[in-house]
Design a protein around this ligand. Structure first.
Ligand SMILES: C[S@@+](CC[C@H](N)C(=O)[O-])C[C@H]1O[C@@H](n2cnc3c(N)ncnc32)[C@H](O)[C@@H]1O
Length: 277
């Protein structure tokens, strides 16, 4: 898994989307979902479609149905699949009102989507209802409390603490009923939806830097922060100020600068029980 987490610019792991998928992950997901050729895998919140294409190519004959609420992402997924002739059908749709019939999927995959929603329990139930009896659901979500950071710069430590507090407050205001430890609640939500949990796995994501980051890193951080706080100009300016102080301190430390970050995703695998006659 390539590493792309940054508690300075996001309380959640929403921004992991584009960068963390590797062949090892494709194998891990395929072996857990156990899809056969001819079956239908629905990926809810497909993002840029990399995963979808990798999964379709890994199991020839598998039909991947990819859905995202953002039209550009569904379109990107469709184009990516067309380029390599992968069996992927990409549609625009919202997990909260799915345009796909309940019970019509042989397997369901959903990564990092519940963290976007105000009622993740209801969304988990919808995912559970999508799969046929005997079919599997794999949900991967972060535990927002499991964040670690270290910066060799005192201004860096302050910037991390301020970002955590400010971004966390904004996140909680947007979804007051969603638990911070999101990923570990998925088991109980899927059980309540009638599924049988099969496995839970913690997936660590880490990133470390040695040496002062180049200007592009700081510019990208400032851009992300600005985008994350469109309606809170005072908080945003405060954070940008802390970020500038951190940058100056890191530059002064030069080659001796160190920054370490760590986060945790929780994967939950569950199965809809077979029907008994
Ligand atoms: C963190 S990204 C993960 C993307 C992909 N699953 C991956 O792991 O690379 C979350 C995706 O969910 C989509 N999304 C957010 N809310 C959604 C909703 N209500 N219904 C469907 N997709 C949603 C976002 O547009 C985004 O592409």
């Amino acid at each position: 898994m390539s590493r792309d987490i940054d508690a300075l610019t996001s309380y959640t792991l929403k921004h992991l989307r584009d960068r963390w998928w590797t062949t090892r992950w494709t194998q891990w997901v395929s072996s857990h979902l156990r899809c056969d050729p001819g079956e239908r895998l629905v990926h809810v919140g497909c993002g840029n479609g990399e995963i979808d294409v990798a999964l379709a190519l890994a199991t020839p004959g598998l039909q991947v149905v990819s859905l995202d609420v953002v039209g550009d992402r569904a379109r990107h997924t469709r184009e990516l699949a067309t380029d390599v002739d992968a069996r992927v059908m990409a549609v625009v749709g919202d997990l909260r009102s799915l345009p796909i019939r309940a019970g019509s999927a042989d397997a369901v995959l959903c990564i990092g989507v519940l963290q976007h929603l105000a009622d993740p329990a209801a969304a988990a139930a919808t995912l559970g209802a999508l799969v046929r009896p005997g079919g599997r659901v794999l949900v991967v979500e972060p535990d927002h409390e499991a964040r670690y950071w270290f910066s060799a710069s005192a201004a860096g430590q302050q910037a991390f603490a301020l970002a955590r507090e400010t971004l966390g407050r904004a996140h909680r205001a947007a979804a007051p009923d969603a638990p911070a430890r999101l990923g570990v609640h998925v088991v109980s939500w899927l059980r309540e939806a009638g599924l049988e949990p099969l496995a839970v796995e913690a997936l660590p994501v880490s990133e470390s830097r040695l040496g002062a980051p180049p200007p592009g890193v700081w510019e990208a951080r400032a851009t992300r922060l600005t985008a994350a706080m469109p309606d809170q100009p005072a908080d945003r300016d405060h954070l940008l100020h802390a970020l500038n102080a951190y940058r100056a301190d890191a530059d002064a430390q030069g080659a001796g600068f160190v920054e370490v970050q760590h986060a945790l995703l929780i994967a939950t695998l569950a199965q809809r029980p077979q029907m008994r006659w």
